[in-house]
Design a protein. Sequence first.
Length: 87
Amino acid sequence: MEKHEHTKAVLNRMSRAIGHMNAVKKMIEEGRDCSEVLIQLSAVRSEITNVSKVILKDHIDHCIIDAVKENDKEAIENLKGAIERLI
């Protein structure tokens, strides 16, 4: 990913997701209640969804706008493929 306006926010969100994942790992190692683990996994999923939205918005605002201006159909097709995998 190129350096975009929200790179710092993306990195901060990724750090939170990694922190949640480390907490899940520790909880499993400790034999914690499955409900608690599932709640923590929900937090991980939420962070990943949020970081995906930020990256997608940045990509559209920067790369895709430029691709449309330059008639770069490959970049647009790549975006479609990425969205298909993401959803």
